[in-house]
Design a protein around this ligand. Structure first.
Ligand SMILES: Nc1ncnc2c1ncn2[C@@H]1O[C@H](COP(=O)(O)OP(=O)(O)OP(=O)(O)O)[C@@H](O)[C@H]1O
Ligand SMILES: [Mg+2]
Length: 272
């Protein structure tokens, strides 16, 4: 199989955000990393949370990589990561880059640090880098989101999630002009609720931002997801057959197809 790296020469950077806390960004980021690794991609998960080391908590890791050393230029990304589930290259495994919980390393680095981090991430040999963003719409979150190649919005059917995800999309659209984000609805009861919630966001974005987020599907509210987080074990490892895990695998396939199409278009445009 030809990987994205082989085809395009650099990793695709996918930033996962929502503007709102607790929508499931980290659960989706970790699970997508595993699902994409299952399709043969070499994946790095980068914890973009400002010092809370969200992903490491989900994974039950005490050591989560040395982002400070990367930001100060003391080491390369590849040397600063820790392997998860066998590491990148293993079936379902990926690498993690984070800063220790509470260190505030990324927050202290500021927007210049965010830019430097993205440059370092692009110089790696991964097929894909997934950046798990913090909640909120502060400058740091937006720098990382805008500096990525693509954005995945994770909202829930909760009306507050709609408002916050819209605010995030609006701020992002001002910096990443013309970029069309992908969208998923997490913790939906079923397809209808996913369609209704995504439809409301898409309608607002279309009317006020002249932008049409690409709906990739919904992830059901699933008790297995809660147990996985409590047990600090990835959902795909603990319950690969659960409804949430299956939905995330389907979304990973769609995201992958979308990334490939976008990169192919960029390559054609470059060749002209
Ligand atoms: N599909 C789901 N079904 C049931 N519970 C879920 C689902 N997705 C996430 N959760 C639960 O929601 C909680 C929040 O998830 P998570 O930490 O991934 O959110 P987050 O958006 O990363 O939060 P933060 O903004 O604090 O970083 C977790 O405890 C998890 O158990
Ligand atoms: Mg999180």
């Amino acid at each position: 199989m030809t990987s994205l790296k082989d085809a395009f020469g650099f990793p695709v950077v996918t930033a996962i955000g929502s503007g709102k806390g607790g929508t499931g960004k980290t659960l989706i980021a970790v699970s997508l990393a595993q699902a994409l690794a299952h399709t043969g991609e070499r994946v790095l998960l980068c914890d973009g949370d400002l010092g809370l080391a969200n992903a490491a908590l989900h994974l039950g890791l005490s050591h989560s990589g040395d982002m400070a050393a990367v930001l100060s230029g003391r080491t390369t990304v590849e040397k600063a990561t820790v392997p998860v589930a066998g590491g990148a290259g293993a079936r379902g495994g990926f690498d993690l880059l984070a800063a220790p919980a509470g260190s505030g390393v990324l927050a202290d680095a500021g927007q210049q640090g965010a830019r430097q981090l993205l440059i370092s991430l692009r110089m790696t040999g991964y097929d894909r880098v997934i950046v798990d963003l913090a909640a909120g719409v502060d400058a740091m979150v937006l720098s990382l989101a805008a500096g990525a190649d693509e954005n995945l919005l994770v909202m829930t059917p909760d009306p507050a999630a709609l408002t916050d995800t819209y605010a995030f999309t609006k701020r992002l659209a001002k910096i990443a002009v013309g970029r069309r984000p992908s969208l998923l609805v997490n913790m939906a009861v079923g397809e209808q609720e996913g369609r209704r919630a995504s439809g409301a966001l898409i309608a607002s974005a279309r009317t006020f931002l002249k932008l049409e987020p690409d709906y990739l599907g919904f992830v059901p509210r699933d008790p297995h997801a809660m147990v996985a987080v409590k047990r600090q074990t990835p959902l795909m490892t603990l319950y690969p057959q659960s409804a949430a895990a299956k939905a995330i695998s389907d979304i990973a396939e769609r995201l992958k197809a979308r990334s490939s199409a976008a990169k192919a278009a960029a390559k054609r445009a470059q060749a002209r």
